[in-house]
Design a protein around this ligand. Sequence first.
Ligand code: BEZ
Length: 249
Amino acid sequence: MKWDTSLYDQKHSFVTKYGEDLLSLLDAKSGERILDVGCGSGHLTKQIADAGADVVGLDSSPEMIATAQAAYPAINFLVADASDFSFDQPLDAIFSNAALHWVQRAEAAIICMARALKPGGRFVVEMGGKGNIAGIATALERAIRNQHGREAKATNYFPAVGEYSSLLEKHGIEVASALLFDRPTKLEGGEDGLENWIKMFRRELVIGFSEEEQQAIFAEVKTALRERLFRDGLWFADYRRLRIVAFKQ
Ligand code: BEZ
């Protein structure tokens, strides 16, 4: 997926804001070696560095890493696939916010992360969980099917608590807490918030349509979701988060 990094930062800053909450769970300490998996434009990586940790930000998107590196030149950023990486020196902690649901080879990613952690090292992660954006996904797929007779499916990975915890435990990461919870997420842009979100995060499903066709799809999606996801002039994405704190055995 190719990211428009400035649009990402301007209109979707909630990704970073919610991540700050997760940072307090990470509780990074001075001198610790920490990996931020799926670091995006690097704002949370910077906060980990500010705690005094020796942090590396990893992301598969060269655009994101270029943006992060330009903003924070003193931090070590790396273009790499979360399901295919290794480090020579063991890590004290792995942190990841709103990223692992983009990784299709979830078990391969867990194997890499488990190998990279030192014994007792912590794993503090939040991602989309089972049922994440189910309303938006269904409405969008239905509108494309109704208007163009085409099946359009996005390929995120939104695991259940048991599924992801079992995978972690299979690879020697013991789960201390795992929580699946709803987080209705306010989208910036008022009436345009939902279509901005679709254009950013479901670009691959709508990019092939003309502007007029896209507007017709957005109109059907909005009609289907307005009662559930629109309040006081704002759209809310039906996010469900899976938050895990775990330790390498
Ligand atoms: C999420 O953060 O849950 C998410 C964002 C974009 C697309 C899919 C999921």
